[in-house]
Design a binder for this molecule. Structure first.
Ligand code: AMP
Ligand code: GLY
Length: 420
């Protein structure tokens, strides 16, 4: 069968790699892809905002299934659009994608279905927000309502910080802001929790721990993710039950009552406070870099799982996992998440020999005349699966050292909570 993967990050390279292993997959297209996907699939340069061109390409090439990686096209309704041309798509529709696209949509759902989450207020102008903040406990959390690539969140420790946050958001730093969210600060340990859904049934799809801050020791600015490991050290049967019963099931029920369903990956960003799960945010896709740590642990045929979802037959599939652990370190361009250079050659990449448990997933890279150049902030992902996080981290760092990219940097402490 023919599959098209939409996106160009490390997540999409990992997805292409997993699809490639399936004997049922004859051809993979990646739209637009990166230098990594280029080596295992055919990259197709189409602007992801141009749904019509994507649709024309899919129909012309008789592609059987389209899998959507990133949030933006989902929130903009690509699934509804492609399905209206009878194209089979793995990913949630526009209404369900509001779980990620609108924090107020999710917060209101939490309120209605008593889903545990941080206490919050929603404001439409800076005056009301600042007035409310006067009486809030500090630290407090301030968020832009729409999509902000993990960057529209401020943890404010004092008045100066919250004034800056409110003004920056309303001044449009993360796009046009009509609403702002002020949230209670939750103190605990984060966990990324994934399920896969076919619109009727769902199954667990692993857990992971991301590292969102740019500097070691979880300091500095928020990023898209500097590294991750899977599984989360918090995973347990009891916690899993609580998450499904108190968070996932009521959410899916809420969508049903809106006359819609969820098909795709649902990623709950949780804060675990004294063994109790609180929802921080939903994402309607796999996490990046969490995906790069979860897919290498999958023993079952990934494509068969996706196919079953598209056929609403997920219950017929038994998803099998390797018992191993997996850790990913992201190599970024110096300056990320602020200003960084692009178009810098990464030499030595082709000289690195990988063992069967080692993976290099490309993110912000492209190929030009047989050279591999950087074109993003997060550039490469180094992933090692083993029975031991420490081993995986050391092995990932060894791979990074082999490449020895002078214009890059990475966190050497990924996994410190389970290692050091
Ligand atoms: P979000 O984009 O909503 O996932 O927020 C980005 C990051 O900010 C999260 O991964 C947390 O580390 C942090 N964060 C967000 N909301 C809260 C909260 N209510 N309490 C504590 N930390 C939070
Ligand atoms: N790793 C965070 C995200 O994918 O949103």
């Amino acid at each position: 069968m023919k599959v098209a993967v939409i996106g160009s990050g490390g997540r999409e390279h990992a997805i292409c790699k997993s699809l490639k292993k399936s004997s049922k997959v004859d051809k993979i297209y990646c739209i637009p892809g990166n230098a990594g996907t280029d080596s295992i699939s055919k990259n197709i340069k189409i602007d992801l905002k141009d749904f019509k061109k994507i649709k024309d390409f899919v129909l012309l090439n008789k592609i059987d299934i389209v899998l959507i990686g990133p949030e933006k096209p989902l929130v903009d309704g690509i699934v509804d659009y492609l399905e209206s041309y009878n194209i089979k798509v793995f990913g949630p529709n526009k209404i369900a994608s509001q779980l990620e696209g609108s924090k107020t949509f999710t917060k209101n759902l939490c309120k209605k279905y008593e889903i545990p989450t941080a206490k919050f207020g929603i404001f439409e102008n800076s005056g009301d927000a600042l007035n409310f903040l006067k009486d809030c406990d500090l630290p407090t959390v301030i968020k832009a309502d729409g999509l902000a690539a993990g960057k529209g969140v401020y943890i404010c420790n004092n008045k100066e910080e919250y004034i800056i946050a409110v003004n920056e958001i309303f001044d449009g730093k993360f796009g046009k802001a009509e609403k702002i969210l002020v949230e209670e600060f939750l103190e605990g340990e984060e966990m990324s929790f994934f399920i896969i859904c076919d619109g009727e049934n769902y199954k667990n799809f692993g857990t992971a721990q991301d590292h969102k801050r740019v500097l070691e020791g979880d300091k500095g600015k928020n990023t898209g993710g500097m590294g991750a490991y899977s599984p989360s050290r918090l995973e347990s049967v009891e916690l899993n039950e609580k998450i499904l019963n108190r968070i996932i099931n009521p959410t899916l029920k809420g969508l049903k009552e809106l006359n819609t369903t969820f098909k795709g990956f649902l990623y709950a960003g949780l804060m675990i406070v004294n063994d109790e799960p609180y929802l921080i945010e939903y994402n309607v896709r796999m996490g990046d870099p969490e995906c790069q740590t979860i897919l290498p642990k999958l023993e079952s045929d990934f494509f068969e799982i996706i196919l079953a979802c598209v056929k609403k037959d997920l219950k017929s599939i038994d998803i099998k996992w390797y018992k191993d652990k997996c850790l990913c370190i992201v190599l970024c361009a110096k300056g990320y998440p602020e200003i960084y250079k692009k178009n810098i050659e990464i030499e030595n990449l082709n000289e690195v020999n990988l063992e069967s448990n080692e993976f290099i997933f490309h993110a912000g890279t492209f190929k030009k005349n047989n050279q591999i150049l950087s074109n993003g902030g997060r550039v490469l992902n180094f992933v090692v699966r083993s029975d031991n996080f420490q081993f995986s981290r050391n092995a990932a760092i060894k791979l990074i050292n082999k490449i020895d990219w002078k214009d890059g940097f990475y966190r050497k402490d990924i996994g410190y909570k389970v290692i050091d």
